[in-house]
Design a protein around this ligand. Structure first.
Ligand SMILES: Nc1ncnc2c1ncn2[C@@H]1O[C@H](COP(=O)(O)OP(=O)(O)OP(=O)(O)O)[C@@H](O)[C@H]1O
Length: 292
Protein backbone atom coordinates (compact mmCIF):
# COMPACT_ATOMS: atom_id res chain seq x y z
CA UNK A 1 0.00 0.00 0.00
CA UNK A 2 1.41 3.40 -0.91
CA UNK A 3 1.50 5.56 2.22
CA UNK A 4 -0.87 8.53 2.21
CA UNK A 5 -0.76 9.74 5.79
CA UNK A 6 2.45 9.31 7.76
CA UNK A 7 3.41 9.67 11.40
CA UNK A 8 7.19 10.01 11.83
CA UNK A 9 8.43 8.86 15.24
CA UNK A 10 11.82 10.50 15.82
CA UNK A 11 14.24 9.47 18.56
CA UNK A 12 16.29 12.67 18.96
CA UNK A 13 19.02 10.85 20.88
CA UNK A 14 19.59 7.82 18.68
CA UNK A 15 22.87 7.23 16.97
CA UNK A 16 24.70 10.31 18.16
CA UNK A 17 24.15 11.89 14.74
CA UNK A 18 23.02 15.33 13.61
CA UNK A 19 19.26 15.32 12.96
CA UNK A 20 18.88 18.95 11.93
CA UNK A 21 18.47 17.87 8.32
CA UNK A 22 15.80 15.29 9.08
CA UNK A 23 12.75 17.57 9.46
CA UNK A 24 13.60 19.52 6.30
CA UNK A 25 14.17 16.37 4.26
CA UNK A 26 10.91 14.80 5.44
CA UNK A 27 9.00 18.02 4.67
CA UNK A 28 10.50 18.20 1.18
CA UNK A 29 9.81 14.53 0.35
CA UNK A 30 6.22 14.62 1.66
CA UNK A 31 5.57 17.85 -0.19
CA UNK A 32 6.93 16.47 -3.44
CA UNK A 33 4.90 13.27 -3.11
CA UNK A 34 1.79 15.16 -1.88
CA UNK A 35 1.53 13.23 1.40
CA UNK A 36 0.09 14.31 4.70
CA UNK A 37 2.41 13.87 7.68
CA UNK A 38 3.25 14.82 11.24
CA UNK A 39 6.24 14.29 13.54
CA UNK A 40 6.43 12.97 17.08
CA UNK A 41 9.61 13.14 19.18
CA UNK A 42 10.27 10.40 21.72
CA UNK A 43 11.34 11.36 25.24
CA UNK A 44 12.68 8.04 26.53
CA UNK A 45 9.79 7.85 29.02
CA UNK A 46 6.42 6.26 28.48
CA UNK A 47 6.84 6.62 24.73
CA UNK A 48 4.64 3.67 23.83
CA UNK A 49 1.56 5.22 25.48
CA UNK A 50 2.33 8.65 24.08
CA UNK A 51 2.71 7.36 20.51
CA UNK A 52 -0.48 5.34 20.88
CA UNK A 53 -2.38 8.49 21.89
CA UNK A 54 -0.86 10.44 19.01
CA UNK A 55 -1.81 7.72 16.53
CA UNK A 56 -5.35 7.39 17.93
CA UNK A 57 -5.82 11.08 17.15
CA UNK A 58 -3.90 11.24 13.89
CA UNK A 59 -4.89 7.88 12.32
CA UNK A 60 -1.86 7.52 10.04
CA UNK A 61 -1.67 4.59 7.61
CA UNK A 62 2.12 4.44 8.01
CA UNK A 63 4.30 4.95 11.08
CA UNK A 64 7.93 5.70 10.32
CA UNK A 65 10.53 4.89 12.98
CA UNK A 66 13.43 7.37 12.73
CA UNK A 67 16.12 5.94 15.00
CA UNK A 68 17.86 2.68 15.79
CA UNK A 69 16.60 -0.83 16.51
CA UNK A 70 15.13 0.30 19.86
CA UNK A 71 12.91 2.87 18.16
CA UNK A 72 11.89 0.41 15.44
CA UNK A 73 10.95 -2.14 18.10
CA UNK A 74 8.92 0.44 20.05
CA UNK A 75 6.90 1.51 17.01
CA UNK A 76 6.42 -2.08 15.83
CA UNK A 77 4.82 -3.00 19.14
CA UNK A 78 1.93 -0.67 18.30
CA UNK A 79 1.43 -2.10 14.85
CA UNK A 80 1.29 -5.85 15.51
CA UNK A 81 -1.52 -7.60 13.64
CA UNK A 82 -2.77 -4.35 12.13
CA UNK A 83 -2.93 -3.07 8.55
CA UNK A 84 -0.85 -0.03 9.47
CA UNK A 85 2.61 -0.33 8.00
CA UNK A 86 6.03 0.40 9.39
CA UNK A 87 8.62 2.46 7.55
CA UNK A 88 12.20 2.92 8.75
CA UNK A 89 14.67 5.78 8.51
CA UNK A 90 17.79 4.18 10.07
CA UNK A 91 19.41 6.72 12.38
CA UNK A 92 20.67 4.58 15.26
CA UNK A 93 24.06 3.36 16.30
CA UNK A 94 22.63 -0.11 15.60
CA UNK A 95 20.34 -0.48 12.59
CA UNK A 96 20.15 -4.26 12.41
CA UNK A 97 16.66 -4.62 10.99
CA UNK A 98 17.23 -1.88 8.42
CA UNK A 99 20.45 -3.63 7.40
CA UNK A 100 18.53 -6.90 7.03
CA UNK A 101 15.87 -5.20 4.91
CA UNK A 102 18.60 -3.47 2.84
CA UNK A 103 17.32 -0.02 3.79
CA UNK A 104 20.04 2.53 3.15
CA UNK A 105 21.37 4.69 5.97
CA UNK A 106 20.68 7.84 4.02
CA UNK A 107 17.57 9.89 4.78
CA UNK A 108 16.65 10.67 1.15
CA UNK A 109 17.04 7.05 0.01
CA UNK A 110 15.10 5.59 2.91
CA UNK A 111 12.28 8.11 2.36
CA UNK A 112 12.22 7.26 -1.33
CA UNK A 113 11.86 3.60 -0.40
CA UNK A 114 8.94 4.42 1.92
CA UNK A 115 7.08 5.97 -1.01
CA UNK A 116 8.08 3.45 -3.67
CA UNK A 117 8.90 0.22 -1.82
CA UNK A 118 6.82 -2.90 -1.33
CA UNK A 119 5.28 -4.09 1.90
CA UNK A 120 6.08 -7.48 3.40
CA UNK A 121 4.35 -9.22 6.28
CA UNK A 122 7.22 -10.21 8.52
CA UNK A 123 7.27 -12.56 11.50
CA UNK A 124 7.91 -11.33 15.01
CA UNK A 125 9.14 -13.34 18.00
CA UNK A 126 7.12 -12.87 21.18
CA UNK A 127 9.26 -13.40 24.28
CA UNK A 128 7.78 -14.16 27.71
CA UNK A 129 4.56 -12.45 26.60
CA UNK A 130 6.41 -9.23 27.38
CA UNK A 131 8.79 -8.32 24.60
CA UNK A 132 8.75 -8.50 20.84
CA UNK A 133 11.83 -9.29 18.81
CA UNK A 134 12.03 -8.29 15.17
CA UNK A 135 15.69 -8.97 14.70
CA UNK A 136 17.88 -10.89 17.19
CA UNK A 137 17.67 -11.68 20.89
CA UNK A 138 20.27 -13.49 22.89
CA UNK A 139 21.40 -14.89 26.22
CA UNK A 140 25.09 -14.96 27.04
CA UNK A 141 28.08 -13.41 25.34
CA UNK A 142 26.48 -10.64 23.25
CA UNK A 143 24.11 -9.46 26.02
CA UNK A 144 27.07 -9.16 28.40
CA UNK A 145 29.01 -7.24 25.80
CA UNK A 146 26.14 -4.75 25.40
CA UNK A 147 26.05 -4.31 29.18
CA UNK A 148 29.80 -3.69 29.22
CA UNK A 149 29.45 -1.18 26.36
CA UNK A 150 26.62 0.70 28.10
CA UNK A 151 28.42 0.76 31.45
CA UNK A 152 31.54 2.14 29.71
CA UNK A 153 29.52 5.25 28.81
CA UNK A 154 31.48 5.82 25.60
CA UNK A 155 30.14 5.49 22.07
CA UNK A 156 31.57 4.64 18.68
CA UNK A 157 33.30 1.68 17.08
CA UNK A 158 36.42 1.91 19.25
CA UNK A 159 34.41 1.64 22.48
CA UNK A 160 32.46 -1.22 20.91
CA UNK A 161 35.65 -3.05 19.99
CA UNK A 162 36.96 -2.54 23.53
CA UNK A 163 33.77 -4.10 24.99
CA UNK A 164 34.04 -6.97 22.51
CA UNK A 165 37.57 -7.87 23.57
CA UNK A 166 37.00 -7.41 27.29
CA UNK A 167 33.86 -9.60 27.08
CA UNK A 168 35.93 -12.18 25.20
CA UNK A 169 38.41 -12.34 28.02
CA UNK A 170 35.59 -12.85 30.56
CA UNK A 171 33.67 -15.28 28.34
CA UNK A 172 31.79 -17.90 30.36
CA UNK A 173 29.90 -21.03 29.45
CA UNK A 174 26.39 -21.52 30.81
CA UNK A 175 24.05 -24.47 31.07
CA UNK A 176 20.61 -24.49 29.52
CA UNK A 177 17.76 -26.91 28.95
CA UNK A 178 15.97 -26.15 25.71
CA UNK A 179 12.65 -27.68 24.75
CA UNK A 180 11.07 -27.56 21.29
CA UNK A 181 9.05 -29.88 19.04
CA UNK A 182 8.44 -32.13 22.05
CA UNK A 183 12.18 -32.69 22.62
CA UNK A 184 14.31 -31.60 25.57
CA UNK A 185 18.05 -30.99 25.23
CA UNK A 186 20.65 -30.14 27.85
CA UNK A 187 23.10 -27.71 26.32
CA UNK A 188 26.31 -26.02 27.37
CA UNK A 189 26.74 -22.79 25.45
CA UNK A 190 28.56 -19.45 25.40
CA UNK A 191 25.53 -17.86 23.77
CA UNK A 192 22.06 -18.79 22.55
CA UNK A 193 20.46 -16.54 19.95
CA UNK A 194 16.79 -16.41 19.06
CA UNK A 195 17.14 -15.24 15.52
CA UNK A 196 14.40 -13.85 13.32
CA UNK A 197 17.01 -12.26 11.08
CA UNK A 198 20.37 -13.39 9.73
CA UNK A 199 23.01 -10.97 10.93
CA UNK A 200 24.07 -8.44 13.51
CA UNK A 201 24.25 -4.80 12.43
CA UNK A 202 28.02 -5.16 12.10
CA UNK A 203 27.43 -7.54 9.18
CA UNK A 204 28.38 -10.71 11.07
CA UNK A 205 26.09 -13.46 9.75
CA UNK A 206 25.04 -15.81 12.52
CA UNK A 207 21.98 -17.33 10.89
CA UNK A 208 22.54 -17.81 7.17
CA UNK A 209 19.49 -18.75 5.13
CA UNK A 210 17.03 -17.13 7.52
CA UNK A 211 14.03 -15.27 6.21
CA UNK A 212 11.95 -12.65 7.96
CA UNK A 213 8.73 -14.10 6.58
CA UNK A 214 9.21 -17.88 6.73
CA UNK A 215 6.88 -18.44 9.69
CA UNK A 216 9.68 -19.62 11.96
CA UNK A 217 12.79 -18.46 13.76
CA UNK A 218 16.12 -20.06 14.51
CA UNK A 219 17.74 -21.02 17.74
CA UNK A 220 21.46 -20.52 17.15
CA UNK A 221 23.58 -22.24 19.78
CA UNK A 222 27.22 -21.18 20.15
CA UNK A 223 28.89 -24.07 21.92
CA UNK A 224 31.89 -23.49 24.20
CA UNK A 225 34.66 -22.34 21.95
CA UNK A 226 38.36 -22.18 22.81
CA UNK A 227 39.81 -18.66 22.38
CA UNK A 228 42.24 -20.01 19.74
CA UNK A 229 39.27 -20.94 17.47
CA UNK A 230 37.38 -17.69 17.95
CA UNK A 231 39.07 -15.87 15.14
CA UNK A 232 38.06 -18.51 12.60
CA UNK A 233 34.47 -18.47 13.90
CA UNK A 234 34.38 -14.68 13.60
CA UNK A 235 35.71 -14.90 10.04
CA UNK A 236 33.18 -17.58 9.18
CA UNK A 237 30.38 -15.36 10.45
CA UNK A 238 31.53 -12.57 8.12
CA UNK A 239 31.83 -14.98 5.23
CA UNK A 240 28.38 -16.40 5.90
CA UNK A 241 29.38 -20.07 6.24
CA UNK A 242 29.02 -20.30 10.00
CA UNK A 243 26.60 -23.20 9.75
CA UNK A 244 29.51 -25.51 8.93
CA UNK A 245 31.32 -24.61 12.13
CA UNK A 246 31.58 -27.40 14.71
CA UNK A 247 30.87 -24.76 17.36
CA UNK A 248 27.50 -23.69 16.00
CA UNK A 249 24.21 -25.55 15.93
CA UNK A 250 21.09 -24.10 14.34
CA UNK A 251 17.52 -25.32 14.98
CA UNK A 252 14.52 -23.97 13.08
CA UNK A 253 11.59 -23.62 15.49
CA UNK A 254 8.22 -21.95 15.95
CA UNK A 255 8.19 -22.13 19.72
CA UNK A 256 10.82 -22.81 22.37
CA UNK A 257 11.30 -22.91 26.12
CA UNK A 258 14.77 -22.17 27.45
CA UNK A 259 15.53 -22.89 31.07
CA UNK A 260 18.79 -21.34 32.29
CA UNK A 261 20.53 -23.11 35.13
CA UNK A 262 21.56 -19.72 36.51
CA UNK A 263 19.82 -16.45 35.61
CA UNK A 264 21.10 -15.04 32.31
CA UNK A 265 21.05 -11.52 30.93
CA UNK A 266 18.61 -11.21 28.01
CA UNK A 267 18.91 -8.70 25.21
CA UNK A 268 16.16 -8.09 22.67
CA UNK A 269 16.84 -6.07 19.50
CA UNK A 270 19.77 -4.35 21.21
CA UNK A 271 18.01 -3.47 24.48
CA UNK A 272 18.85 -5.20 27.77
CA UNK A 273 15.81 -6.75 29.47
CA UNK A 274 17.33 -7.96 32.75
CA UNK A 275 18.32 -11.38 34.04
CA UNK A 276 15.97 -14.28 33.33
CA UNK A 277 15.85 -17.92 34.23
CA UNK A 278 12.94 -18.93 32.00
CA UNK A 279 12.40 -17.87 28.40
CA UNK A 280 9.32 -18.73 26.37
CA UNK A 281 9.56 -17.62 22.78
CA UNK A 282 7.02 -18.07 20.03
CA UNK A 283 6.75 -16.88 16.45
CA UNK A 284 3.90 -14.56 15.49
CA UNK A 285 3.61 -15.33 11.81
CA UNK A 286 3.41 -12.35 9.45
CA UNK A 287 2.36 -10.07 12.31
CA UNK A 288 4.06 -6.89 11.09
CA UNK A 289 3.69 -5.05 7.79
CA UNK A 290 6.98 -3.40 6.95
CA UNK A 291 8.10 -1.43 3.91
CA UNK A 292 11.34 -2.64 2.36
N1 LIG B 1 14.41 11.78 24.00
C1 LIG B 1 15.12 10.75 24.47
N2 LIG B 1 16.09 10.94 25.39
C2 LIG B 1 16.82 9.92 25.86
N3 LIG B 1 16.66 8.63 25.50
C3 LIG B 1 15.71 8.38 24.58
C4 LIG B 1 14.89 9.41 24.03
N4 LIG B 1 14.02 8.84 23.17
C5 LIG B 1 14.28 7.51 23.18
N5 LIG B 1 15.27 7.23 24.02
C6 LIG B 1 15.88 5.90 24.30
O1 LIG B 1 16.60 5.50 23.15
C7 LIG B 1 16.72 4.07 23.16
C8 LIG B 1 16.54 3.52 21.77
O2 LIG B 1 17.53 4.00 20.93
P1 LIG B 1 17.70 3.41 19.47
O3 LIG B 1 17.93 1.96 19.55
O4 LIG B 1 16.60 3.90 18.62
O5 LIG B 1 18.98 4.13 18.94
P2 LIG B 1 20.51 3.72 19.15
O6 LIG B 1 21.34 4.91 18.92
O7 LIG B 1 20.82 2.52 18.33
O8 LIG B 1 20.45 3.37 20.65
P3 LIG B 1 21.50 2.79 21.62
O9 LIG B 1 22.80 2.67 20.87
O10 LIG B 1 21.49 3.80 22.73
O11 LIG B 1 20.87 1.46 21.98
C9 LIG B 1 15.66 3.56 24.12
O12 LIG B 1 16.32 3.04 25.25
C10 LIG B 1 14.86 4.80 24.48
O13 LIG B 1 14.37 4.74 25.80
Amino acid sequence: MTPQKLLFIVNPKSGNNDKSKLERTIAKACDKNKKEYTLFYTTGENDLDKIKKEQDLYQADTLVACGGDGTVNLVAELLLNSEIQLGIIPLGSANGLAYELKIEEDIESSLELIFRGKTISMDVIKINDQHICLHLSDLGFNAKMIRDFEEGGERGMLAYARSFFSSLMDKTTSEFTVEFKGEKKDIKADMIVMANASSYGTGAVINPGSKLDDGSFELVVFKPIPIRDLLSLTLESFLGDIKNSPYVEIFRVEKVNIHCKEEELLQVDGELKGEKQEINAEILKGALKVIS
